[in-house]
Each structure stands twice: as structure tokens, then as C-alpha cells.
Design a protein around this ligand. Structure first.
Ligand code: ACO
Length: 388
């Protein structure tokens, strides 16, 4: 695709915008997440995915979101915005509040590369700084999960880099260049940024999950403190033991409370030897993919070979995708369990699609047994990170 060197700085006047009399009260990020979830449940806040399928409803909505983009990105030629928003390879996630389009994202999914290019992102002036931009981005991450897209790339306007950073985008692009070069439109005065999408995260509840975890730690610490002070007679031993098991020990738990949580240190032993996660993940992958029953899993199932495959198998995965996840920088797997989860999904997919009389079914079952056998001597211990 030809590179588009359009300038996209934000017009300060338009950007300043105004605040609406309808402005939501000042909320913490957690309160905002709960507030938006409630509005979504009530149907007041919606995030339809809109493609130009020539229906009046789709075109009308696309024109409304295009209007937000032209107002918020005033230096970007209007005709250029219209063309891309209405283009059939582009998709828009539109945010509507009580029937009014308040913002959205236009993106181009590149399914063959499992990545998406974010082309335009904006919220109307009177709705800015009320969390809509965050919710829109979290909704698009959920859409990426549904579409099996592993990462998003964007050329962020320099003044919007801070916003994208808060949404998990980084200037360091870890996707292999071949996956995105030639697929992105680049812009003058903009910064290339990447956000990887983790399929295990519920992006619409991150604040609530963090709050639940914080409360659980507070509760465990107070149980342990009561026990330590000798006033724990009322707390059953079982509770105290389970609390200790969860938080390790009291000082580690206090660290979590006072200094913040850090991922635990993983100690991985494989066949009696201490190894790094990456080493062990590579060893298991190489052994499984070299097995004589691995041939059906080497590449993704092609549409021409099984036209209904993607209707039946919702989370397709194959060894080439696992290879890509291991060998890209940084390695996608942060624990060996994640690799095993991918492998077991792969076997399950195969048995879901193929009858048990087929050679594919047999290969999946034998290779699964081999994987279990091969990882029987894998031990992973999670130790709370020690603070200085
Ligand atoms: N720079 C730094 N931080 C920002 C910016 C910014 N330009 N805009 C918002 N933030 C921060 C907010 O303070 C908030 O921080 P917090 O979570 O600590 O409270 C966080 O980012 C999210 O704020 P939201 O209220 O969720 O975002 P908002 O609804 O205001 O939408 C957006 C952000 C889309 C950038 C909006 O301000 C906008 O439309 N700006 C004009 C158009 C624009 O610049 N779009 C991006 C162009 S690049 C591209 O389209 C690929």
C-alpha cells in the first residue's frame, strides 16, 4: 500500500473543545469503569462495530463518526478521512451515548497477519476526558480477542502519545517487521506505537479485578496480623493457613500492600534442571513439533481445505502460530503453563472438528499424551518478588 504522508496534528482550538453541562461527575478510574459498564448494561452506551455494507444504518453511523474525526483531526484532509471511514477494508468501532455518536476508532484488520492498524481515533470535544477514549480502546481490545488479532499498531499524533501510552501502547514495536511493513499508512509527525492484546485479560474489568485483588490482600494481611498478634483466636487455623498460602508470608504481603504488587518470580525446573521460561518453552515446543504425529498441526487450517472450520473452531491455533509467539521478541509466553494451554487447545480443536475415526483425531490424542508425558517432570514454583 502506498504510504500516505498526511500531517495529522490536532488543532488547538478544536482540541480544547468545551465541557458539556452533561459532564459526568469527576470519577476515579474504577468508578468510571463501573459507571460505563452499567450504562452499557442499560443500553445507554453502545459500541457497535460498523462496516460499510451499503445499508442506510451503517452509512449514517459512519458519516457521524467521520464528523467527529474531521472535527478532532482538523489538519487531516476531510476527503481522506471520508474515504477511509467508508472504505470496505476498514472497520469502525463507534461509541454512542444515548443515541449520539460521541467517538470511535476506524481500523483496518489484517487477518493474515493477525494485526490491526488503528487509523483514526477520536472523542468529540464535549465528551473528552470522561473516560470514553479509554472505554473505546478497551472495547477494541475485546474485539481483537474475538477476531484472534494479536496486536494493534498506530501512527499516533505526537500530542496523543500520552493517551496511547495510558492505553498500553509502546513505542517499541515487537511484532516482526514483515508482519506490518507495507500494511500501514504512515503519517508525518506521528509516532509508531504498538499494543499487544492478551487474550487472557478481560479489558472491560481491569480496574475491578485489581480492586478485588487489593481487597483480598488487605483481608489476608489483616487475618495474618491478627494471628501474629495473638488475637487470632477467632480466626480459624484453616483460614490463616490458606491466607499464608496465598500471600506467602506476612512480610511479603505487607510489601504488596505498601510497595505495590510485582509479578512473582518463577522458578522453573525441567527434568531436574533449573531453566528459564524461554528455554523450557522452546524445548517443549521443539520436541512436540518434531514428533511424528505433529504433521496435521504444522500450519493453520486453510479455508479451502475446511470451509466450515472457523464456524466450529472459535480459537484456532497451530504450531506455526505457537512458533511465532515463542520466537518473536519478547517471547509471548511468560509461563510454561501458557504454552501448554495453547497446545491443549490445539488438540481439543482437532477433536472438536474431526470425527474419532479419523487419523487427525488419533494424531491429536497421541500427541497430547506425548506432551503430558514429556512435561511430567516440569515443575514451576511462583515465589513472591522480594522488595529491597
Ligand atoms: N495526552 C496525554 N494524555 C491524554 C491525552 C493526551 N492527548 N488525552 C487523554 N489523556 C489521558 C487522560 O488524562 C486520561 O488519563 P487518566 O486515565 O490518568 O485519567 C487517559 O488519557 C484517558 O482519557 P480518556 O478520558 O479516556 O480519553 P478521551 O475520552 O479524552 O479521549 C482522545 C482521548 C481520543 C485522544 C481525545 O482526547 C481526542 O479525541 N483527541 C483529539 C483527537 C486525537 O488527537 N486523536 C488521536 C490522534 S492519533 C490517531 O488517531 C491514530
Amino acid at each position: 500500500m502506498a504510504s500516505m504522508n498526511h500531517k495529522r496534528p490536532r488543532d488547538d482550538e478544536a482540541a480544547k473543545g468545551g465541557t458539556s453541562e452533561e459532564d459526568a461527575p469527576k470519577l476515579t478510574p474504577l468508578e468510571r469503569e463501573i459507571y460505563h459498564a452499567r450504562l452499557e448494561k442499560e443500553g445507554a452506551l453502545l459500541f457497535p462495530i460498523v462496516r460499510n455494507d451499503s445499508t442506510d444504518a451503517a452509512v449514517k453511523m459512519l458519516i457521524q463518526v467521520k464528523t467527529v474525526f474531521t472535527q478532532q483531526l482538523p489538519k487531516m484532509p476531510r476527503a481522506y478521512i471520508s474515504r477511509l471511514v467508508l472504505d470496505r477494508q476498514h472497520v469502525s468501532l463507534v461509541c454512542t451515548f444515548r443515541g449520539e455518536v460521541v467517538g470511535g476508532i476506524t481500523y483496518r484488520p489484517v487477518m493474515s497477519q493477525r494485526m490491526a492498524e488503528i487509523v483514526f481515533c477520536a472523542v468529540s470535544a464535549k465528551h473528552q476526558v470522561q473516560g470514553y477514549g479509554t472505554r473505546i480502546m478497551n472495547q477494541i481490545k475485546e474485539q481483537c480477542k474475538r477476531d484472534n488479532i494479536e496486536g494493534m499498531l498506530t501512527y499516533a499524533d505526537n500530542h496523543a502519545v500520552g493517551y496511547f501510552r495510558k492505553q498500553g501502547f509502546k513505542k517499541q514495536v515487537t511484532m516482526k517487521r514483515e508482519r506490518w511493513q507495507g500494511f500501514l499508512k504512515d503519517y508525518e509527525g506521528a509516532t509508531l506505537m504498538e499494543c499487544l492484546v492478551d487474550p487472557t485479560i478481560d479489558y472491560l474489568s481491569t480496574r475491578q479485578v485489581a480492586e478485588q485483588q487489593r481487597k483480598a490482600v488487605v483481608q489476608k494481611v489483616s487475618e495474618l496480623e491478627r494471628a501474629e498478634a495473638g488475637s487470632g483466636a477467632t480466626a480459624s487455623n484453616r483460614n490463616v493457613t490458606s491466607a499464608a498460602a496465598v500471600v506467602g508470608d506476612l512480610s511479603a504481603a505487607r510489601d504488596v500492600l505498601h510497595k505495590g504488587w510485582a509479578p512473582p518470580v518463577l522458578e522453573v525446573r525441567y527434568r531436574g534442571e533449573a531453566q528459564t521460561v524461554e528455554q523450557v518453552v522452546k524445548t517443549i515446543y521443539e520436541a512436540v513439533s518434531a514428533h511424528e504425529d505433529a504433521w496435521p498441526f504444522k500450519q493453520a487450517v486453510k479455508h479451502e481445505d475446511a470451509p466450515d472450520y472457523h464456524e466450529i473452531v472459535k480459537n484456532p491455533i497451530d504450531l506455526s502460530m505457537i512458533h511465532e509467539r515463542i520466537y518473536r521478541r519478547p517471547c509471548y509466553y511468560v509461563t510454561p503453563d501458557q504454552l501448554l494451554a495453547d497446545l491443549y487447545v490445539m488438540f481439543e480443536n482437532c477433536r472438536l472438528y474431526n470425527p474419532d475415526t479419523t487419523v487427525f483425531w488419533e494424531c491429536a490424542t497421541r500427541l497430547e499424551a506425548y506432551t503430558r508425558n514429556r512435561t511430567a517432570e516440569l515443575h514451576v514454583e511462583r515465589k513472591p518478588r522480594v522488595h529491597d
